[in-house]
Design a protein around this ligand. Structure first.
Ligand SMILES: Cc1ncc(COP(=O)(O)O)c(C=O)c1O
Length: 368
């Protein structure tokens, strides 16, 4: 039964600087430079303050950026270790790069477990691809140790993690290549877009060329494979208007997360805790239920109370209908996929929305 109260959307991008953006659109249309122009160049420069010091290559979206990054290190027959609990773009990108995904298990926060990654290494392993799930920094130190011990490249799918930080550096600065999203459901909420941070300088040219059909701008000789991954000037302009607001957006998300946690401490569920010293970007509010059987009725109860939620990420990667790859370990990934879901956390939630969400969870009949 519906509560009659307005629906609280699962996600809606933070309110943009509409007037500033409209002025930028006029500039873009007047100059006629619709992609790979000054807005994209300025975005690459300004993002450095958040994810530097690596070279930044703006691309059409994070999925494409992952393909570009993986293609830069791809070798025929090679394997890439990925977590079993992630959005399917991580796995798809490995396939598109011509390599084979190998699933290794996650820890209880849903992050690739370094011990599981180490156990998954085989003679064909080329790289480890960690994921900063929900904005939580992946285990940089643990995964770097495994990568270095076996001579592997270390990459991160940081789609969720713009603004997150490890103890001593921003997410973006730790992997050889890291790939971010600035799309509609992410912190900058642009129309679509992403970028690659290249920390291994020897790969920068390959990534940049991949994003423009394998050639450098101004010439037409292709030195390797490539696609059209150009960012539009409109996406770059929208992201540039959002960037000065990013710190505030992150703080607002952290405050919502803190309210949820404080209010639900006694409920039979768990919200992953980011270790002290690290900073989550709180892209998602992930909840893992003690009893997976509660998920469907609890989500239906929330829906009736006007609270939209999503299951994350069920089925687990190795259980996708079209899964191709090798599974080294996945028990915890499967368990989290069965009991996990995500609640609204975004900049357009009013304090009264947060109150409603908190109350709706507590009112779930099996818990109240
Ligand atoms: C973990 C993960 N990786 C990659 C992507 C792809 O990002 P984009 O939508 O910018 O292609 C997403 C999208 O939500 C994601 O959740």
């Amino acid at each position: 039964m519906s509560s009659g109260a307005p629906q609280i959307p699962f996600h809606i991008p933070d309110e943009p600087d509409v007037d500033g953006f409209v002025a930028d659109v006029r500039t873009i249309l007047r100059t006629g430079r619709l992609s790979l122009g000054p807005f994209t160049a300025r975005l690459e420069t300004e993002l450095a303050a958040w994810v530097g010091p690596g070279e930044i290559v703006a691309v059409s979206n994070c999925s494409d950026g992952l393909i570009a990054a993986l293609s830069a290190i791809s070798e025929p027959g090679a394997e890439v270790i990925i977590p079993g609990y992630t959005y399917l773009a991580t796995w798809q990108a490995v396939l598109w790069s011509g390599m084979t995904p190998v699933v290794a298990d996650v820890d209880d926060r849903g992050l690739l477990d370094p011990a599981a990654a180490a156990a998954a290494v085989g003679p064909r392993t080329r790289a480890i691809l960690g994921v900063d799930l929900g904005g939580q920094p992946a285990d940089l130190v643990g995964l770097r140790a495994v990568a270095d011990a076996h001579g592997l490249a270390l990459l991160f799918d940081s789609a969720h993690a713009l603004g997150a930080a490890w103890a001593d550096r921003p997410v973006g600065a730790g992997g050889d290549l890291e790939v971010f999203s600035i799309g509609p459901t992410k912190q900058l909420g642009s129309s679509e877009g992403g970028f690659v941070v290249v920390n291994d300088g020897s790969l920068a040219d390959r990534v940049r060329r991949f994003s423009t059909q394998g050639h450098a701008l101004g010439e037409l000789d292709a030195t390797g494979p490539g696609m059209n991954l150009r960012m539009t000037e409109f996406s770059a302009a929208l992201a540039l208007r959002a960037l000065p607001d990013l710190e505030r957006r992150l703080a607002a998300r952290a405050a919502i997360d803190a309210r949820y946690r404080d209010s639900w401490r006694d409920l039979p569920m768990r919200i992953p805790v980011t270790p002290s010293g690290e900073r989550s970007a709180f892209k998602d509010e992930l909840v893992f239920l003690d009893d997976p059987a509660d998920r469907a009725p609890l989500r239906a109860h929330l829906e009736a109370a006007g609270v939209a939620t999503r299951t994350y990420y069920d089925p687990a990667i190795p259980d996708l209908t079209v899964f191709q790859g090798r599974v080294a370990s996945a028990d915890r990934s499967r368990a989290l996929a069965a009991c996990g879901f995500a609640l609204p956390i975004h900049g357009r939630l009013a304090a009264s929305d947060v109150d409603r969400i908190i109350a709706a969870m507590r009112d779930y009949p099996r818990w109240s």
